[in-house]
Write a protein that binds this ligand. Structure first.
Ligand code: ATP
Ligand code: MG
Length: 233
């Protein structure tokens, strides 16, 4: 469903992603790597928000960078690492209306209800707490119900009920045939997510792609990712 072909990305003259090849089928894929390894840039490139200097990203056979924004948003849900980055309206309710109007589809009510408490609907999104903002930023994009979800550090700021709600959402999405990609700087959620594949990024290069069971603690530590053992305490 998503093919990343020989992609190199430069930002401000620096190579941030180098010669990336990926072939992502429906299922859950986790992108791991230390801070600054290029996870967010990879997700933004797959979403069509960052243009590679070399190579291309094909989504269902179409070059994502040739798609009009409105079409890309219907196909790919990208949720920002910084939850406040996508807010533009004066209230949460208006954010949801804005998404609906711009994309031209009905939003999935159950996704909104699972993540956004009613009491937040009339709040200014910029005044929300970190976890509240994360919930809104995820719900207002994923409620479009795209076949592809790219989630950048979706568990940041969330309490245990928020983590549970997002994991349920991801699991349901995968069951319904979506491609779901989660970017994470640590392995803490690997055992909860049970991904089909793990992609390890190191300084903009893919150093491992495959079965998470094949990731040894030493390989993880080598790449600056805390090992499962360490995370479990
Ligand atoms: N606009 C930019 N100009 C210059 N460098 C940039 C720009 N955007 C990102 N970078 C750099 O590119 C590298 C990759 O950034 P990216 O945000 O993709 O990393 P990440 O793996 O998501 O990190 P984190 O775990 O902190 O979220 C970093 O060194 C970052 O400082
Ligand atoms: Mg990031």
């Amino acid at each position: 469903m998503i093919k990343v072909e020989d992609v190199t990305v430069e930002l401000s003259g620096l190579v941030v992603l180098r010669d990336i090849y990926l072939n992502l089928e429906p299922g859950l894929h986790v992108v791991l790597g230390r801070n600054g390894s290029g996870k967010s840039t990879l997700l933004k490139t797959m979403a069509g928000l960052v243009k590679p200097v070399k190579g291309r990203v094909l989504v269902r056979g179409v070059n994502v960078h040739s798609l009009p924004r409105r079409e890309a948003v219907k196909l790919i849900g990208y949720t920002w690492q910084n939850p406040y980055a996508g807010f533009v309206e004066a209230t949460v309710r208006d954010e949801l209306e804005f998404t609906k109007r711009i994309v031209g589809v009905d939003l999935q009510r159950d996704i909104i209800d699972q993540l956004i408490p009613q009491r937040l609907l009339d709040r200014n999104p910029f005044t929300l707490s970190g976890g509240e903002a994360k919930r809104v930023s995820i719900a207002m994009i994923l409620a479009i119900d795209q076949p592809i979800w790219l989630l950048d550090e979706p568990f940041d700021y969330l309490d245990s009920s928020g983590v549970e709600a997002v994991i349920k959402l991801i699991t349901r999405g995968v069951e319904r045939g979506k491609v779901v990609v989660v970017a994470s700087a640590n392995t803490a959620y690997l055992h909860l997510l049970k991904p089909h594949s793990v992609i390890l990024l190191s300084r903009g290069v893919v150093t491992f792609e495959g079965d998470p069971e094949e990731l040894s603690p030493s390989v993880l530590e080598e790449h600056g990712v805390p090992s499962r053992e360490l995370m479990c305490g």
